[in-house]
Design a protein around this ligand. Structure first.
Ligand SMILES: [Mg+2]
Length: 92
């Protein structure tokens, strides 16, 4: 299943609820999930990292659906066609 199909199915299932919740609520839940991911990473708990990555990705998709933006196309354009890693300030 491609990312765009997963997003469509998430939209069909959750868009009505997400629309009532509002963008700021969705963003708050995303931050909560990012915090859970941070805790899982800090503890190096791989099963929890997997779980929280799924939660974070779900919330990113919910936000994208809320704003009706196509993230698959942007991901390809920004990270596959281009390579921004040369501009990142990596720790040495
Ligand atoms: Mg979670």
């Amino acid at each position: 299943m491609e990312l765009s199909e997963i997003m469509l199915r998430i939209k069909e299932k959750y868009h009505e609820t997400d629309s009532k919740s509002g963008a700021l609520f969705l963003l708050a839940v995303f931050f909560e999930e990012a915090g859970e991911l941070a805790e899982a990473v800090r503890k190096s708990e791989v099963d929890s990292v997997r779980e929280e990555l799924a939660d974070c990705l779900f919330m990113v998709m919910s936000l994208a659906n809320y704003f009706e933006v196509e993230i698959e196309e942007k991901l390809i354009e920004k990270y596959l066609k281009d390579d921004p890693s040369s501009r990142w300030d990596l720790p040495s």
